[in-house]
Design a protein around this ligand. Structure first.
Ligand SMILES: NC(=O)c1ccc[n+]([C@@H]2O[C@H](COP(=O)([O-])OP(=O)(O)OC[C@H]3O[C@@H](n4cnc5c(N)ncnc54)[C@H](O)[C@@H]3O)[C@@H](O)[C@H]2O)c1
Length: 353
């Protein structure tokens, strides 16, 4: 891919631009009454100075929140709104400079502030480039449950630069690779083989990000509000979110993708149990996920706690749990009810791996 490229979504554009000239142009043309940049404590230090320099920003305000999923909360959002009050009006723009935590909470805060102000995403983690900044879901966690409050709201644009990845810790790269593995499983056998072949080839990173963005946009542009095929993107997330919430509750947060890798192993196990395929499918994929991603640590006695998070998953309707399953590679199915006993079995299976 060239050093500058644009992907046109139905609602906004995604710019691949290492020098962020397109962002500079966007801000100039937007003629905004004020520009506010939201960072977390890490991106404030590692990314904000570079963004200000590259975009030659002079008149801007910056707001920062403590890094970490445990801060993606209503009380943080409330503090943000208090800080926005004297700085922002309906012609202001909020730039979310950070990982998925920042794009989720910043998108949420902007989408309801004065009934919605413009916001843009400048994702700085691989996970936010390939997933969180795309698709227009915003969220905060509530009452220890992941993403319970949120809106569907589209950014005005997304600006991706792989230069941010130079400072990203390795476990955060791994976290993103889990979401990319999810996309490969949903894509089909070819996509999976390509993913496995290229997973560690840094020279393909821009290609991989671009493919991931196109994959997610293709689905979310057709089904913005998740009434149909967008549901497939929740593969690994019914159990993954429960594992992530459980670790948050125990004050041992884990990267989002690591929880999703665990969730995918469990949901592949459920898929085999439910669809009973004749061939031995998914054993290679389970083995790959097991070998490439750290296992989520919980004890047998904790299974009930994890199950209670699954029972209160926001996707459940009338308490019925329908995780996304795979009939085979590239064939997701999301209409099958799964019993709590079978989910308990898959958690015990995962725990003993
Ligand atoms: N809205 C969506 O569609 C969607 C999709 C997937 C995930 N998510 C959400 O995204 C969040 C996870 O995103 P994440 O993995 O990016 O986590 P994150 O935003 O918490 O970032 C992970 C860590 O990396 C640090 N960091 C960010 N950029 C950095 C850089 N360039 N160099 C060094 N450190 C940097 C952060 O400060 C943080 O400590 C979760 O809250 C998840 O629910 C949302």
């Amino acid at each position: 891919m060239s050093r500058f490229a644009v992907i046109k979504g139905k609602h906004y554009r995604i710019f691949f631009d290492e020098e962020l000239k397109s962002l500079r142009r966007f801000l100039r043309r937007g003629n905004y009454s004020s520009v506010i940049i939201l960072t977390d404590s890490n991106t404030e230090r590692l990314c904000l100075p570079k963004l200000v320099e590259l975009c030659k920003l002079k008149n801007y305000h910056s707001l920062s929140i403590q890094a970490g999923e445990e801060n993606k909360t209503l009380s943080t959002a409330e503090k943000l709104w208090e800080q926005l009050l004297p700085l922002a009006d309906r012609k202001s723009v909020l730039i979310n400079l950070g990982g998925g935590m920042i794009t989720d909470i910043g998108g949420f805060a902007a989408s309801v502030f004065k009934r919605g102000i413009d916001f843009i995403h400048v994702p700085t983690t691989l996970l936010s480039m390939v997933d969180a900044s795309i698709g227009g879901k915003t969220a905060i966690d509530f009452a220890n449950h992941k993403n319970q409050l949120g809106t569907f709201a589209q950014p005005k644009a997304v600006f991706i630069s792989t230069a941010w990845l130079n400072t990203l810790p390795k476990e955060q790269l791994l976290s993103a690779q889990a979401e990319m593995a999810k996309q490969a499983l949903l894509g089909g056998l070819n996509e999976w083989q390509q993913f496995v072949l290229n997973i560690d080839k840094v020279e393909f990173i821009e290609e991989q990000i671009s493919e991931a963005v196109k994959f997610k946009l293709k689905i979310t542009d057709k089904d913005l509000y998740e009434v149909g095929q967008r549901k497939q993107l929740n593969f690994g997330h019914t159990i993954g979110h429960a594992l992530e919430s459980f670790c948050l509750l125990k004050e041992k947060p884990i990267p989002h993708g690591i929880a999703i890798a665990g969730g995918m192993i469990c949901e592949l196990y459920l898929s085999v149990k439910i669809f009973k395929p004749t061939e031995n499918i998914f054993s290679e994929q389970i083995e790959f996920l097991k070998n490439n991603f750290p296992k989520v640590d919980f004890k047998e006695k904790d299974v009930d706690d994890v199950l209670s998070f699954i029972s209160s998953d926001k996707k459940n309707i009338k308490g019925i749990i329908k995780p996304v399953l795979l009939k085979r590679m590239g064939k997701p199915y999301w209409e099958k009810e799964v019993t709590i006993d079978l989910i308990r079995e898959c958690l015990n299976y995962y725990n003993q791996l």
